[in-house]
Design a protein around this ligand. Structure first.
Ligand SMILES: Nc1ncnc2c1ncn2[C@@H]1O[C@H](COP(=O)(O)OP(=O)(O)OP(=O)(O)O)[C@@H](O)[C@H]1O
Ligand SMILES: [Mg+2]
Length: 428
């Protein structure tokens, strides 16, 4: 290195904010830069040629000796971090820091040879106080974050618990609602069947009275008189009406009971892979009589794989949708059946050109016993049953309806029933 070069180098070394100390092979101080002078408060001229550990006795530690062994014996560069050893030497006068506060140091000790070929060591000291402070802040942030994470996990757990309680209470509410609905629905027909029975019992008494009189009557006129006085003609007409009405009432109760049985017997059949188009076609055959005078049927089937389901229950859902569509027709219309696959899901659609559903009723149609049909026509259980069947299949029912235009129901089903931990949602 020529003079100019070494002048440049030492100019640089005097300027940088890194401590530079040069030691000879027996660790005597040869040189340090102005950074070390400023920060240590010591004078280089008084320290030159003196042992390093005499000038900086605090450095005489196992740490320094370990570094030296590696540098001297193995010729390695040894870097050590403030985290392992915060201070190699004490530097209390670092500019812009609190006086007296020691400078945290990262250090590099390396071997080199001077121009005459003598072994020397360079000791570089980097100020890592700011870095350490940032590290500490980072640690604090990390700690807060992990606290927050733990809080979040706890909240999630609470939420899950609340959710399952809610589900439970929703189930209970649904059962309560169902029971109240059943009671209400059955109460009415049972009420009038009971009162009809009472009236009929009175009529039977009167009729028996006439029949008993046959034996004791003196002549036919007396019997005729008795018959007239009992208003036989009125009784006769009323008996027929009462019996007819009672039969209707019992029929209605029977219908409700059988729908309820469908609810409770839903566990009976097993899941198996089935062709949904085949199920739809055979359901169409069953309800054809209801449909053929109400609408033309248009099929727009897509490609469907076999779907894991309880076929009879899916057919029942389809039947409910088809019958509802037919009932919604105010004049001869069209029922379009569509299907398709999207990833792991399939959907079936029943669209009608019927009268539509009023927007404010859209969220009530799945309620048990909700019906807008005249008394005796609908039980209001069709969609409630369909909903629970689809739910049991881990699927979803969607409805969109426009008043006066028509209604479209779409059932989403997973191709495969999920294992307990793989349940997903159909694409939106
Ligand atoms: N396709 C549709 N178009 C118009 N309204 C519909 C349609 N489907 C269902 N609804 C409305 O939803 C109500 C509830 O339907 P749901 O099938 O549950 O009972 P319901 O048809 O009235 O009686 P049930 O099916 O028990 O004989 C119906 O009364 C009707 O108001
Ligand atoms: Mg219905």
């Amino acid at each position: 290195m020529d003079d100019r070069q070494s002048g440049l180098t030492s100019g640089l070394v005097e300027q940088i904010d890194i401590g530079v100390i040069i030691l000879d092979s027996s660790l005597r101080i040869q040189y340090w830069n102005s950074f070390i002078s400023q920060c240590s408060g010591k004078v280089l001229e008084q320290a030159r040629h003196l042992p390093f550990t005499q000038i900086f006795p605090e450095a005489d530690t196992r740490h320094l000796h370990r570094m030296l062994v590696q540098v001297r014996d193995h010729g390695q560069h040894v870097y050590s971090q403030w985290r392992d050893n915060p201070y190699l030497i004490h530097l209390p006068y670092k500019p812009a820091s609190t006086p007296g506060a020691l400078m945290l140091q990262n250090t590099l000790l390396l071997p080199f040879h001077d121009p005459e070929g003598r072994q020397c060591f360079g000791l570089l000291l980097y100020d890592s106080t700011d870095l350490a402070r940032r590290d500490e802040q980072l640690d604090a942030v990390l700690e807060t974050l992990s606290g927050k994470q733990a809080e979040r996990e706890q909240l999630l757990k609470k939420l899950e618990k609340a959710n399952s309680q809610l589900l439970q209470s929703e189930k209970l509410a649904a059962i309560g609602q169902l029971a109240a609905g059943v009671a209400h629905e059955i109460n009415n027909p049972i009420g009038y069947v009971f009162s009809n029975l009472k009236t009929l019992a009175g009529y039977v008494q009167d009729l028996l009275h006439i029949v008993d009189a046959v034996d004791g009557a003196a002549n036919l006129d007396e019997l005729h008189r008795l018959k007239r006085s009992m208003e036989y003609d009125y009784i006769r007409n009323d008996v027929e009406a009462l019996i007819g009405e009672s039969e209707d009432g019992i029929d209605r109760v029977k219908k409700i009971i059988s729908a309820l049985k469908d609810f409770s017997h839903m566990e009976e059949e097993a899941f198996r892979c089935a062709d949904l188009h085949q199920g739809l076609d055979s359901t169409l055959n069953v309800v054809n009589n209801e449909l053929k005078y109400k609408a033309e049927i248009v099929k727009e089937y897509g490609q469907l794989p076999e779907v894991e389901c309880i076929p009879s229950q899916i057919n029942q859902v389809l039947m409910n949708l088809l019958v509802n569509a037919a009932h919604a027709m105010e004049q001869f219309g069209r029922i379009t059946l569509r299907s398709n696959q999207e990833g792991d899901w399939v959907w079936l659609e029943v669209e009608d050109t019927g009268k539509g559903i009023e927007p404010h009723l859209l969220n009530r149609i799945y309620e048990p016993f909700f019906t807008t049909k005249p008394v005796g026509k609908g039980t209001g259980l069709g969609l409630a049953l369909s909903y629970s069947i689809v739910q049991k299949h881990h699927g979803r029912i969607e409805v969109s309806s426009e008043l006066g235009q028509g209604t479209r129901f779409r059932i989403w089903l997973p191709v495969q029933q999920p294992t307990p931990d793989s349940a997903g949602s159909p694409p939106l």
